[in-house]
Design a protein. Structure first.
Length: 240
């Protein structure tokens, strides 16, 4: 379970990015976080990971996010960053995938099994021993997702997981997200993907929650989306 209690954050004084956010995500939920550029989606995720500190309280399974609890919090959270170059820091895909499990005390044998299973699930077996600087942006994006899945975290955070992907790999990622049992929080401008993968949507606008409810209701509301500088998902717009 994730809970935000009256959370606010500013990068600069008197310029709030997030303002008095309160919401709860229960275990196993898949929640889409949407909003125009600058709405605060990435900032919210960084606060949850303890990469930033704001006002208010954030809890993960009842454990307050603080400097003292960060090691335990980060064991429970897996984060797919918006920029894969900031996530893939080892020489090869394989070395990136084994890094976190081994450092969290998972045996070498189990780690190897996780790596092979995830690579097969994502159709990335051929990338296992490839050097990160020699793969395409889309391949690196898929590999970054693979590193997080190999951790088997309790909560998976994804910031624009389908960016830079071709239609084939985008569909693989969507199917993979739908198959996961973990709690998922997915920030994206790809509203068709959000519609496919999330039961609930939180709409951020100017640092506040403008709507929070069933994905199919919010993503069908043209007036609501356009009022907050977004458009209907393509699959729904084409039906009008």
């Amino acid at each position: 379970m994730i809970e935000f209690r009256n959370v606010s954050f500013s990068y600069e004084k008197d310029t709030p990015v997030l303002q008095d956010l309160s919401f709860r995500i229960d275990a196993g939920e898949s929640v889409g976080l949407i909003g125009a550029n600058g709405a605060g989606k990435s900032t919210l995720m960084k606060l949850l990971l303890g990469l930033l500190q704001g006002q208010g309280e954030i809890l993960v399974d009842g454990l307050a996010v603080s400097k003292a609890t960060l090691p335990e919090i980060r064991r429970r959270l897996g984060f797919v960053l918006q920029n894969s170059d900031h996530q893939m820091f080892m020489p090869t895909v394989y070395e990136d995938m084994i890094f976190a499990p081994l450092n969290y005390g998972v045996s070498r044998e189990e780690t190897e099994q996780r790596v092979d299973a995830v690579l097969e699930q994502l159709g990335l077996t051929a990338l296992k021993h490839r050097h990160n600087h020699k793969i395409s942006g889309g391949e690196k994006r898929m590999a970054a997702i693979a590193t997080v899945l190999a951790m088997e975290p309790e909560v998976i955070l994804m910031d624009e997981p389908t960016s830079a992907l071709d239609p084939y790999n985008r569909r693989i990622v969507i199917n993979t997200i739908c198959s996961l049992s973990q709690t998922r929080l997915i920030a994206s401008h790809d509203l068709d993907m959000i519609l496919d993968t999330c039961d609930r949507v939180i709409l951020l606008s100017q640092g506040r929650i403008a709507a929070d409810g069933p994905a199919r209701e919010i993503l069908r509301d043209r007036a609501l989306l356009e009022a907050h500088r977004m458009e209907l998902p393509f699959c729904l717009a084409g039906r009008e």
